[in-house]
Design a protein around this ligand. Structure first.
Ligand SMILES: Nc1ncnc2c1ncn2[C@@H]1O[C@H](COP(=O)(O)OP(=O)(O)OP(=O)(O)O)[C@@H](O)[C@H]1O
Ligand SMILES: [Mg+2]
Length: 500
């Protein structure tokens, strides 16, 4: 919040006439703005459609309120909540433009506050949009202390904290609004009368649910690790050399934080799996953004959705923002049919790209895609991502590793099977198909009440029709494209790619 207040102070001093603050957190913003007004030596007036101005000013309708703002001769901040539903009215839009003109040469500033960003095109040049960030560690720490200290003093709760209890609780709550954090703290601390490390998984659990409720994001704590990914040694080597990428040490050494990766490739070959593994390698929280939901008008305005997702990701930084199957959400931005939805897809995509380019918070972006036809070319331009990796079908040695992994995962000793022979028989199979074959093999043995045999696995492989056979042409096209523009995720040496 301090950073935001500094930015606002700067804009107000520079006489930016209209600031549009996007947030759900009116109460929190209100406290901050009062402080800001006091610091700047200005009055502050709050207006809302349900009751007009708080103070002596008149103006019940939005139009009357704006006229009052234009007329006033005070040095003041005028904070108007939820004006967006009224912006269909051309007279109101005109009044806002008049206000912008008048305010440029005054000591007055108009602040529009709303959870929804809506600016009529006529106002675009006059309005500066600011996303109010979610509470950072400092604010959450203050909130936590305000809740815990009085209770602890009264001995109403027992605090059993190692040195870093507070730090870890604060970190677990990042990504929540102030009031969400307050209810979560109350729930886990007050409920059982003890505040200790056991509360952390419960806070994370609450957070997972709250984030899921946005309908846009899903929060994962470490799930897969790199050992569960077979093959892809070039990708793994790239990651291994960056194991300390988000450490203090790397910053001190003069390295920038990595920006992101694009994993492009054949279906079922481990792109999503790798995204999860990277998060646990770096011990960073992983947020999966559902690009389809962002674009889905039922969830809310797409642009607002994108900004909201970005805001949550930034509040969790350092973290990983994973955009799975990006081509599905952003298809159509490349020219073909891009205006089918009135340009929304294109605008949302532009918001995302601008953020990707300019982000200062350590949010590592992993985007995955399995076709390039629908991907906007801007996405693929150098510099957006640190690297574009191409994930091909696994080679024979890679298939063997993947068989090993999935046998082990189902509590079988890979040493009891000839996995080299399985890998050879599984020509053209993807990782997902290998996993499916292992499961299929188990299904053959289980009803007969016997242990899984080599023959079960071989039959399962024989019965598989790999996608690479039905989609040979599409895969070949992808390979051709990737040959010069992406880095192979596996070093294959002189071996020809499988599936020919
Ligand atoms: N390289 C691999 N090593 C181990 N398991 C794999 C590998 N590739 C795929 N699998 C298995 O297949 C499942 C599906 O793979 P994943 O979801 O990562 O594929 P994907 O590349 O994201 O495919 P899609 O393009 O369809 O999203 C994984 O959960 C994993 O069990
Ligand atoms: Mg996937």
């Amino acid at each position: 919040m301090d950073e935001l207040l500094r930015e606002l102070a700067l804009l107000i001093r520079a006489r930016y006439p209209i600031l549009y603050l996007v947030t759900w957190e009116e109460g929190r913003l209100d406290r901050a703005l009062r402080k800001l007004a006091a610091d700047l030596g200005k009055q502050i007036y709050r207006w809302r459609s349900s009751r007009g101005f708080d103070g002596p000013l008149k103006g019940d309708s939005p139009g009357a309120a704006l006229s009052e703002v234009i007329r006033s001769s005070e040095r003041a901040l005028f904070v108007l909540s939820d004006l967006h539903p009224f912006l269909d009215d051309p007279i109101l839009v005109r009044l806002l433009r008049d206000a912008a003109e008048a305010l440029k040469t005054s000591y007055k500033t108009l602040l529009l506050v709303s959870p929804v960003l809506r600016i009529p095109p006529e106002l675009e040049k006059d309005v500066t949009v600011i996303d109010v960030p979610l509470p950072g560690p400092e604010e959450l720490r203050r909130l936590l202390r305000e809740m815990v200290d009085p209770l602890a003093r009264k001995r109403a709760i027992e605090v059993d904290g190692g040195g870093d209890l507070e730090e870890r609780v604060v970190k677990a709550a990042l990504g929540l609004t102030e009031s969400e954090a307050a209810s979560v703290f109350a729930k886990v601390i007050v409920e059982d009368g003890v505040f200790n490390l056991d509360d952390i998984p419960r806070i994370l659990d609450e957070k997972r649910q709250i984030i899921r409720k946005t309908g846009l994001l899903e929060y994962y704590e470490h799930t897969e690790d790199l050992e569960s990914v077979g093959g892809l040694d070039a990708l793994k080597a790239w990651l291994a050399s960056r194991a300390e990428a988000f450490s203090e040490k790397a910053r001190d050494f003069g390295l920038p934080e990595p920006k992101g990766l694009l994993l492009l490739g054949v279906q079922g070959c481990g792109k999503s799996l790798s995204a999860k593994a990277i998060a646990s390698l770096w011990r960073l929280p992983l947020l999966r953004l559902d690009v389809g939901a962002v674009m889905n008008a039922y969830v809310g305005s797409s642009e607002e959705n994108m900004r909201r997702a970005i805001r949550i990701a930034e509040s969790l930084a350092p973290c990983i923002l994973w955009l799975d199957e990006i081509e599905k959400g952003f298809s159509g931005t490349g020219g073909r049919g891009g205006d089918a939805d009135g340009g929304t897809t294109r605008r949302v995509f532009a918001t995302f790209l601008t953020w990707l380019q300019e982000k200062t918070k350590p949010v590592f972006v992993i985007a995955t895609a399995n076709s390039i036809e629908d991907l906007p070319p801007e996405m693929l331009r150098k510099g957006r991502f640190d690297e574009i990796f191409f994930v091909d079908l696994p080679s024979e040695p890679e298939r063997r590793q993947i068989f090993d992994i999935h046998l082990r995962r189902r509590n079988r000793d890979p040493g009891s099977y000839d996995t080299a022979a399985l890998a050879a028989a599984g020509e053209g199979m993807s990782g997902a198909e290998i996993e499916a074959a292992v499961v299929e093999g188990l299904w053959k043995a289980f009803p007969e009440n016997r242990e899984l045999t080599q023959a079960d696995l071989e039959t399962a492989i024989r019965e598989t029709v790999p996608l690479s056979r039905t989609m040979a042409e599409a895969i070949e096209g992808l390979r051709d494209w990737a040959r010069h523009r992406a880095r192979p995720a596996s070093r294959r040496g002189s071996e020809a790619p499988p599936g020919r």
